[in-house]
Design a protein around this ligand. Structure first.
Ligand code: HEM
Length: 417
């Protein structure tokens, strides 16, 4: 007699697996199950989770979906908990969470100041910083890719770009990880945690600090992004004081943990695939292909969310107005309808594109900056670390559900050149 088959997991059960901290190092089997079953309805939220490439891409471009996440029917606001004297910029949504026309206006102003040229100009300084960070770890037997390089690099780079004095950079290390944790509402939900309050004090301090920095640069402009953001104008339009602060916070938060995860995920994938490690060591011009394939295979950002502005049908699932739509980018990246043999890490594959930096109007503003830092970090590690091997596999993971990467990545090696 054959054993009775297990009943299929409900939407709520699969969702619980998705946010389960014990599966953080390998959520891909859960993604495969969601993708196989079609859009997953999560009744208690109410939300739908979408895992096919075609659907995710189409929905990211669909004007019936809003990035204004407070429209979500189940949204809770933390603003009423803010102290009476909290900076007013805390009420200003960043353009990541706005729809046109507000999004269009703010993004246009910001991208006038934050250009490819801004990144190219910084490249020598980033290369120096990478080498200095690797030097600092040179007398240790173990190199922790995260603590020694991937964590400090992006926050230092964005602080330098903005013009935060070097002596204050340490403040941003703390604030930015507190905010990233809060932004990941799913991780907080999974932990059932009360860390919102930790987030709140950090974010208030950060907004106050940036308000002061903006005030300083207004009277004494320098060659930095804060001064550029103050100065930009588009047909008589400028960023208001609150928009400036909220935009600077956005750049700090979106640019830190994402880039850290990309560096960590690239090193992990390469060390698990010695044939590709050998190839890229022999030919460092392959580094950009390693980066693109890592963004596909093990992306730093696993999902994004939108809210249905009207009742709509998503792959046969009825989503009510105000319903939340999770776009599982990491699931889409393993969709066999898009990528042959999707679970194989292969930097030589013909890359048909990916959703790792988003698509459409919210496409990542910092993609070039993130790729530049990762290229310089990988090139330096490949050149300088002698015979690196993973000291722990799988490594421990950060608790985030949407921002995916190891919390530590210790490598044993035979020296640092
Ligand atoms: C938007 C990924 C690095 C700034 C996005 C989105 C993704 C993403 C997926 C779209 C979100 C959505 O549509 O909901 C990444 C990854 C990074 C990275 C994987 C690193 C590997 C950066 C950096 C910065 C940055 C370094 C800036 C310093 C932004 C901003 C947006 C954004 C401002 C909002 C764009 C808009 O709403 O128009 N990013 N990002 N990102 N990213 Fe990145």
């Amino acid at each position: 007699m054959s054993a009775p088959s297990q009943p299929a997991a409900t939407g709520a059960e699969l969702f619980a697996r998705l946010i389960d901290p014990a599966r953080r190092h390998d959520p891909y089997p859960v993604y495969a199950e969601i993708r196989r079953r079609g859009p997953l309805w999560i009744e208690h939220m109410p939300a739908v989770a979408v895992g096919s490439y075609h659907d995710c891409e189409a929905l990211m471009r669909d004007p019936r979906l809003s990035a204004e996440r407070w429209r979500y029917a189940g949204a809770t606001s933390n603003h009423e908990r803010l102290p009476i004297d909290a900076p007013t910029s805390l009420w200003q949504p960043s353009f990541l969470s706005l729809d046109p026309p507000d999004h269009t206006r703010l993004r246009r102003l910001v991208t006038k100041a934050f250009t490819v040229h801004t990144v190219t100009r910084l490249e020598p300084a980033i290369a120096d910083l990478v080498d200095r960070l690797v030097d600092e770890a040179a007398d240790r037997d173990t190199f922790d890719v995260i603590a020694d390089l991937a964590y400090p690099l992006p926050v230092t780079v964005i602080c330098r770009m903005l013009g935060v004095p070097a002596a204050d950079e340490h403040l941003f290390h703390r604030w930015s990880s507190q905010l990233a944790r809060f932004v990941d509402g799913l991780a907080l939900a999974a932990a059932g945690s009360d860390d919102k309050f930790d987030w709140m004090s950090g974010t208030i301090e950060m907004h106050r600090y940036i308000e002061d920095l903006v005030a300083l640069r207004r009277v004494d402009p320098r060659d930095d992004l804060v001064s550029d953001l103050i100065a930009i104008e588009d047909a008589g339009d400028v960023l208001t004081a609150d928009e400036l602060v909220s935009t600077i916070v956005l750049l700090l938060v979106t640019g830190h943990e994402t880039t850290m995860n990309l560096i960590g995920n690239c090193v992990l994938a390469l060390l698990r695939h010695p044939e590709h490690l050998a190839a890229v060591r022999a030919d460092p011009t392959l580094v950009p292909a390693v980066i693109e394939e890592t963004v596909r295979y093990d992306p730093p950002v696993h999902l994004s969310a939108r809210v249905a502005k009207e009742a709509m049908d998503i792959g046969g699932t009825a989503v009510p107005e105000g319903g939340l739509v999770f776009l599982l980018l990491a699931a889409a990246h393993r969709d066999p309808a898009m990528y042959p043999d999707p679970d194989r890490f292969d930097p030589t594959r013909a890359q048909p594109g990916h959703l790792g930096f988003g698509v459409g109007i919210h496409y990542c503003v910092g993609a070039a900056l993130a790729k530049t830092q990762t290229r310089l970090a990988l090139t330096s590690l490949l050149r300088r670390l002698v015979d690196p091997v993973l000291a722990q596999d799988p490594p421990p993971y950060r608790e985030h559900v949407n921002l995916h990467g190891p919390s530590a990545l210790p490598l044993a090696h035979k020296g640092i050149r």
